[in-house]
Design a protein around this ligand. Structure first.
Ligand code: ADP
Ligand code: MG
Length: 694
């Protein structure tokens, strides 16, 4: 037998089950079956009893009998099945909401069962809904294995005799007859990290002799998974860097120098370092693909602008793409202001521009009259032609994927340099995986004189105190933001919410003494800009807004950020919003208003916000609280399609594999000393293609 034989030939499968295995579990070959990993193990020495159940237990295994089956109709076609399950210490209830007929027909009051699942207390009674349930003999038969694998199976699999027990029998047969599985990691690496061999690990992940052996097997397989992910990324990146041509920008000219001289403050050490790293990329003759990370307010935009001026000094054009129109507009005004006295022409191209104006800008862009263009990410979709685009800056918010970046390659014969700025810091493990194809610069220093924003958590009942605090700040000449969440279900409701908020604010801060601005998603770009402008010029004291002001808005005189229903915001959003204040020299405050009863995750978010202003720490906490799947745009990235390894819990492994691959490729770029790895690269042509376009 070989690993690539048809699964139908495995003893106990046959053609009809093979079909089900293929359609339900993607198992076509022996190798696929081996890759179908258990999601849990039953430790026969650790059975629980009904009397000893506790609420903090996630997963228990119980042995007992069933009785008293009852079906209750819960809708025209829906029913609920409840079954009593008892051992000699007590009784609990098993509940099914789907597949009830099938369960009902199979449960037998004379058979001893093993029940596995998550117990919950419901009206004072223990319940397990949709448990795994197998005749107890399952465990008996497997008695030569101390830990029995549990496989996830679908209803359809169960109906065709492919429940957990049957799957375990199949994997057992497979493992007992397994041909040697070739090692795919170089011996140096196996030895250095004392990893379990591949064959042993594949057997042990199904049938471990002990918890320790299981851990070692898991570590080995996670390492392998992360290692090859890193190898794919880094090899592709290296090949591209070696092959790619880049425009050579060696000249530092008038635009850069004039701008630099008229800066009202010195650059921070971190900014200088990053500008230098970028300059080196831009004159290397290879295309730059660089990520600039930095906390809110660390001066990334300024660094980007300086690099754009360098591109202009070398006779080419540059563009900046922002995730939203309001941000693009904001960048445009900032650039215009900062570029006063510098002979550079900057324009804004957005969707809300009139066709005639758009046409004119496009024409002047093609003729090279415009040096810097600012717009939204739609810039790359549009048929925008530059005379000579040399640098693209992408202001990103976990939104801009690898595929989109690749489109930029087609904009000119020698691809432009690419600089990606993150709006908030990215957790280290994520950056290492998701942005493995980019070089990374970090601005890890805030401009001097910034006092960290002080953050407080307050409840509705504290509102009078909060408002009187705002009054004090406003009377001392400062300005205040009050931000409301978007409640996605209905834009109308959002507006209503905001209007109610506005009324409440205005009743406390009466006109004409106090002036209030309001900005929300329903306003046109012009109206928004108008309101923002009034606030910026100090004509209004309070800005009531939905999250449209989330990023980029720069009003140094604003010292307080009140976030209403703060429990509805994600951590990175809260951090972004807080970053809007504390930009001037005065002490700034962030007040998180919430309802009284917060869930665990909201509580943790608020606690994190109150305890740190470090964006990197916040990013890590965010990843931990939400899990990578929930972070915007990450799911479809593919980088996180990890079977075993977790980007949250396996940071040491992520780092170890990243560094190992880096060292390997540095010392041996063609991998000539590592035939196994060369083989992997040759075999994953498809993946490489994907890597190439990143
Ligand atoms: P980011 O894009 O990282 O959020 P910005 O580039 O928008 O940060 O800078 C935030 C604010 O700090 C701006 O008002 C900018 O003019 C100012 N700033 C940037 N660099 C410095 C510096 N080295 N010293 C003082 N202020 C700075
Ligand atoms: Mg910025």
């Amino acid at each position: 037998m070989t690993l690539y034989d048809d699964i139908a030939y495995l003893k106990g499968v046959g053609p009809s089950r093979a079909k089900i295995l293929a359609s339900e579990a993607g198992i076509h070959t022996f190798a696929d079956m081996l890759d179908y990993l258990p999601f849990r193990y039953v430790d026969r020495s650790r059975l629980s009893s009904v009397a000893s159940l506790r609420e903090d237990e996630n997963f228990v295994v119980l042995k007992g009998l069933v009785s008293n089956m009852q079906t209750v109709a819960t809708g025209k076609f829906r029913e609920r099945l409840t079954v009593d399950f008892y051992d000699n210490t007590g009784t609990l209830q098993l509940v099914w909401f789907a597949g009830t007929k099938w369960v009902r027909e199979r449960l037998n009051p004379n058979v001893e069962y093993l029940v596995m699942g998550h117990p919950t207390l419901y009206n004072g009674q223990w319940q397990i809904s949709h448990p795994e349930i197998e005749p107890y003999s399952y465990v008996d038969e497997g008695s030569r294995h101390p830990l029995m694998p549990v496989y996830s199976t679908t209803e359809k699999m169960k109906q065709h005799g492919l429940g957990t027990k049957a799957m375990a029998r199949l994997t057992e047969t497979l493992v007992d007859n397994l041909p040697p599985i070739p090692e795919n990691l170089p011996p140096e690496i196996i030895n250095h990290f004392r990893l379990m061999g591949r064959h042993e690990a594949m057997v042990a992940i199904h049938y471990p002799d002990s918890r320790q052996q299981l851990d070692a097997a898991r570590t080995r397989l996670k390492f392998e998974e992360l290692f090859f992910l890193q190898l794919d990324y880094q090899y592709a990146h290296q090949q591209r860097t070696l092959r790619s041509q880049g425009r050579v920008f060696t000249h530092v000219g008038d635009n850069f120098n004039t701008f630099y001289k008229q800066l009202p403050f010195p650059l921070t050490g971190a900014q200088k370092r990053v500008v230098k790293e970028i300059r080196e990329d831009m004159r290397s003759g290879r295309q730059m693909n660089r990520l600039v990370q930095g906390d809110v307010g660390s001066g990334k935009t300024l660094v980007a602008l300086m690099c754009m001026l360098l591109a202009v000094d070398n006779g080419s054009q540059a563009c900046l793409m922002a995730p939203t129109e309001i941000l693009a507009t904001q960048h445009f005004y900032t650039f215009q202001r900062m570029l006063e006295g510098v002979g550079v022409r900057v324009e804004l191209l957005t969707g809300s521009l009139r066709p005639a104006a758009k046409k004119k800008i496009k024409q002047q862009l093609a003729e090279g009259e415009i040096n810097l263009l600012i717009g939204t990410h739609a810039l790359i979709e549009d048929n925008v032609q530059f005379r000579d685009l040399g640098l693209v800056v992408i202001d990103e918010q976990h939104r801009f994927g690898v595929e989109q970046r690749s489109k930029l390659w087609n904009k000119s014969s020698i691809p432009p340099h690419i600089l990606v700025m993150t709006a908030t810091p990215i957790p280290r493990t994520l950056a290492m995986t998701l942005y493995g194809d980019l070089d990374c610069s970090i601005i890890d220093e805030l401009p001097p004189g910034r006092h960290p924003v002080r953050t407080f958590h307050r409840y509705e009942r504290n509102r009078p105190l909060v408002f009187s605090f705002l009054k004090k700040e406003i009377d001392a000449g400062r300005q205040v933001y009050i931000v409301y969440p978007l409640i996605e279900e209905s834009e109308k409701m959002d507006l209503k919410n905001l209007q109610d908020g506005l009324e409440m604010v205005q009743s406390y801060f009466p006109r004409p003494q106090y002036q209030t601005s309001m900005v929300h998603g329903r306003l046109t770009a012009e109206e928004k800009a108008f309101e923002m402008d009034r606030f910026k010029q100090g004509k209004t004291h309070i800005m009531v807004a939905t999250t449209v002001i989330e990023v980029g808005v720069d009003v140094p005189n604003a010292t307080v950020m009140v976030i209403e229903n703060a429990e509805r915001f994600g951590l990175s959003q809260l951090h972004q919003l807080r970053g809007r204040v504390g930009r001037g020299g005065d002490q700034a405050y962030c007040i998180l208003m919430t309802k009284d009863n917060l869930g665990f995750v909201s509580q943790e978010r608020i606690r994190t916000m109150c305890s740190t202003t470090d964006g990197f720490q916040i990013a890590e906490a965010d990843l931990r609280l939400r899990g990578p799947g929930d972070i915007q745009g990450l799911q479809q990235s593919g980088a996180l399609d990890l079977r075993l390894a977790s980007i949250v819990d396996d940071e040491p492994l992520v780092k170890a594999t990243r560094d190992t691959v880096h060292d390997l490729l540095t010392s041996d770029p063609s991998l000539s000393r590592f035939p196994l790895l060369q083989e992997h690269i040759a075999n994953s042509k498809n993946k490489m293609l994907w890597g190439k376009i990143s």
